[in-house]
Write a protein that binds this ligand. Structure first.
Ligand SMILES: Nc1nc2c(ncn2[C@@H]2O[C@H](COP(=O)(O)OP(=O)(O)O)[C@@H](O)[C@H]2O)c(=O)[nH]1
Ligand SMILES: [Mg+2]
Length: 318
């Protein structure tokens, strides 16, 4: 590959091939990746990043497709990253997403890319964050990240986004239930898609009730999550969704929480460090904790000091 400088110039001029190659380098962690990531640093901070997450089958890809249409009406350029959980490298479900987003396939201002869910040394969320940076440097106004919101790593990927849209479908149980796994906590905008089906109304009410219970503190002047209904297949409600996301963008701007790779990576770093520590502690033989437990029982150590010793003990372990 030519030097990073050359590829950056071509990337900045909007060459899709250069963009595709830069993303491939970053995704596969090739030798060129570090150079590319360094070279794009001065060009970051323009894009707004919108994450769409939720259980499989609720219509995320269809909704993203309709949202792209709405953004194009507003004359915004768009990059899309679809994270596919079912496929290690390439496979069927990715093709499904591609097919659904092909309505924009000939639009030069829309760039859609699937990335594999597994096989990233630095973690999927870091890879997603870097691919977002590449799309940002390429001048995209909006970068959309679609992930399935079923596990911890997907929640972390969703954290890459400035605005997090949590999608579910109407129904008595499973989908809304599945959302409980932490994902509801992160939504800035909650969407009940497939509003053409029965029970959209009660599902919205349930989401509203779950929101009232969630742990995120209600700070004065803070953002109150919005609950909306869409029918992705017809586009109904999608303009209202775009307006809600825009309001959240405006809120972030006004509250000084500007988007950009710095805040993205800060959140990822803190989160990943916390998760690594928790994983290392969980892997210990429970009996290994006994000396510390005994010391706390005897009053020789307070729990925080004991925890600090534990963290020191697990440092550097895998
Ligand atoms: N009835 C109805 N079906 C929808 C709607 N949106 C998506 N679907 C269908 O739901 C299925 C799953 O959609 P997809 O976008 O792949 O869901 P994803 O797995 O969340 O990305 C497809 O058959 C879509 O055509 C909607 O608003 N109403
Ligand atoms: Mg999908």
């Amino acid at each position: 590959m030519a030097g990073a400088g050359d590829i950056i110039a071509r990337l900045r001029s909007g060459e899709p091939l250069a963009l595709a190659r830069a993303i491939t380098a970053v995704e596969n962690e090739t030798e060129d990746a570090a150079g590319i990531l360094r070279a794009i640093q001065p060009h970051l901070g323009h894009a707004r990043v919108h994450g769409f997450t939720g259980p499989p089958g609720v219509g995320k890809s269809t909704l993203v497709d309709a949202y792209i249409t709405e953004l194009r009406k507003r004359d915004l350029s768009v990059g899309v990253i679809a994270v596919d959980p079912s496929s290690p490298v390439s496979g069927g479900a990715i093709l499904g997403d591609r097919v659904r987003m092909t309505s924009h396939g000939v639009d030069p201002r829309v760039f859609v890319r699937s990335i594999a869910a597994r096989g990233h040394l630095g973690g999927l969320s870091a890879t997603a964050a870097f691919v977002v940076d590449v799309l940002d440097a390429a001048g995209k106004d909006v970068v959309i990240v679609e992930t399935v919101g079923t596990g911890q790593s997907e929640v972390e990927v969703a954290q890459v986004a400035d605005t997090k849209v949590v999608v579910c479908a109407p129904g008595a149980g499973d989908d809304v239930q599945a959302l409980k796994a932490g994902i509801i906590e992160i939504g800035d905008v909650l969407v009940v898609n497939k509003a053409d089906l029965p029970d959209a109304e009660p599902t919205m009410k349930r989401l509203g009730a779950m929101l009232a219970l969630r742990r995120r503190p209600n700070v004065p002047g803070g953002w109150t999550p919005e609950v909306l209904a869409t029918t992705a297949t017809t586009g109904a409600g999608v303009a209202a969704l775009a307006d809600a996301i825009q309001r959240h963008d405006d809120y972030l701007g006004a509250s000084g929480r500007k988007s950009g790779s710095g805040p993205r990576l800060r959140a990822l770093l803190a989160q990943t460090a916390g998760r690594l520590a928790a994983e290392r502690v969980a892997k210990l033989d429970p009996a290994a904790l006994d000396p510390l437990v005994d010391a706390v029982r005897r009053g020789e150590l307070d729990i925080k000091s004991a925890a600090e010793r534990l963290l020191k003990d697990v440092q550097g372990r895998d």
